[in-house]
Design a protein around this ligand. Structure first.
Ligand code: NAD
Length: 420
């Protein structure tokens, strides 16, 4: 992975992105400041009993960035390098993401500094339940609705739902999304982020005259978002997945990998590395290789001013949040590489989370085909909206997506007015 030196603070990136758009749409200073600050945030320090009967104090955050358009929505990340500024940035991006796809939510994010790879299931459950208790006064189906993010999953969401519900004395499935189906989860949620990403890649490829069928794809980060994007591009659109990677390294096969077999190998061995018949390569090589489509699906700050000029893909679909820093955007735009920005490309997850929440509140569940059809409509329409702004204003897609999203948030702020 390219080391980003000096370390790039993702919240500084998020604020710079607001400034770029504020200049374009002519925002006044006060609104600009409002958009560059979270509405509400909390840090919690809480003890967790470990398996050896000792206890450790963990640090967690929840940031509610903006709720002008509706309840806050955003995932919870477990990672040793979580910082408050990272959570703020992710919460800001959630705000713009919900606005760009036109779903009635504000943005939030949570994180706990921990190393889930070195914790038992019992320790993770106790950590999740205590963290939930610490922040539960801020949560609720009409207030703030968490979801999975890096190293959290449907099991984590089930524990959150149960802990919150125990506090209320009745079941509240609408307090989190990304739950198991048996607890009020939605059909199609598990693969929604990757599916949504594959839909916008298909739409953008049409616009730039790139054939996805037979085209080559490299995926950085073969986790939930990355592996599903690969599966759908491979299975439904006929693309050739030539390289994938995870935190331990990457693999390459010129005539294409079967992403399902790679997934099985990763489940068995813990990594994509060592997949039979493929060549082991570095993460840098995955990003910089000659492939038509690049899917960054790991963490932020992967495409920087250091490697942007080496990127050879024609189309980048950002399944990850914040994988490209602003300086790199400029380079990619000049190289005429089409970037589908994170707030659009990975919005499929939050879109089906919204469907899940709507189903929970109604107590009425939709079949998979209906979920996917509605998801496709949202992604296709949102891509078209972004593309139109990009073409009209002659800006790259990220700026266009931000213009669209921030304008929608600003409209909500203005029409609501200032209380009191
Ligand atoms: P995940 O934990 O399932 O997968 C992350 C993958 O990235 C893992 O395979 C991990 O090994 C790999 N990875 C970690 N560090 C890496 C590195 N340095 N180089 C290469 N690979 C590395 O997480 P996920 O849910 O797929 O999330 C991935 C990204 O997608 C994050 O940025 C997340 O915010 C974003 N995202 C996820 C969803 C979702 O619904 N899962 C929705 C929107 C955005």
């Amino acid at each position: 992975m390219p080391k980003s030196e000096p370390v790039i603070n993702p919240f500084e990136t998020a604020k710079r992105q607001v400034d770029i758009v504020a200049d374009i749409i002519g925002l006044d200073e006060a609104t600009r400041e409002e958009l560059k600050h979270p509405k509400r945030e909390i840090s919690v320090y809480f003890p967790v009993r470990m398996d050896n009967n000792s206890y450790r104090v963990f640090t967690g955050y929840r940031v509610q960035y903006n709720m002008a358009r509706g309840p806050c929505k955003g995932g919870i990340r477990y990672h040793p390098q979580v910082t408050l500024d990272e959570v703020r940035a992710l919460a800001a991006w959630m705000t713009w993401k919900c606005a760009v796809v036109g779903i009635p939510y504000g943005g939030a994010k949570g994180g706990v500094i921990c190393d889930p790879k070195h914790m038992s299931k019992g320790e993770l459950e106790r950590l999740t339940r205590r963290y939930t208790s610490e922040i539960s006064f801020m949560l609720g189906p009409e207030i703030d609705i968490p979801a999975p993010d890096v190293y959290t999953d449907s099991q984590t969401m089930a524990w959150i739902m149960d802990t919150y519900s125990m506090g209320k004395g009745y079941s509240v499935p609408g307090v989190v999304t990304g739950k198991p189906i048996s607890l009020g989860g939605s059909e199609g949620r598990a693969e929604a982020t990757g599916r949504g990403c594959a839909y916008v890649v298909r739409e953008a490829a049409k616009d730039i005259g790139l054939r996805v069928k037979g085209g080559t794809v490299a995926v950085q980060g073969f986790g939930n978002a990355g592996s599903v994007t690969a599966n759908i591009l491979h299975d439904e659109q006929g693309a050739k997945i030539v390289a994938v990677s995870d935190s331990r390294g990457g693999i390459y096969k010129a005539d294409g990998l079967n992403p399902h077999e790679v997934e099985e190998h990763k489940t068995k061995t813990g990594s994509v590395v060592g997949f039979p018949g493929a060549k082991d390569i570095s993460n840098e090589e995955v990003l910089e290789m000659k492939a038509d489509i690049l899917i960054p699906a790991a963490l932020e700050n992967q495409i920087t001013s250091k490697n942007a000029d080496k990127i050879q893909a024609r189309l980048i679909g950002e399944a990850a949040n914040g994988p490209t820093v602003p300086e790199a955007d400029k380079v990619l735009f000049e190289k005429k590489i089409t970037v589908l920005p994170d707030i659009l490309a990975n919005a499929g997850g939050v879109t089906v989370s919204y469907f899940e929440w709507a189903q929970d509140i109604q107590g009425y569940f939709w079949p998979l085909a209906e979920v996917n059809e509605r998801l496709e409509q949202v992604m296709v329409r949102s891509y078209a909206d972004v593309h139109k702004v990009a073409t009209e204003r002659k800006v790259h897609n990220r700026t266009a997506a931000y213009v669209l999203a921030i304008q929608r948030v600003v409209d909500a702020i203005r029409i609501r007015g200032i209380y009191p």
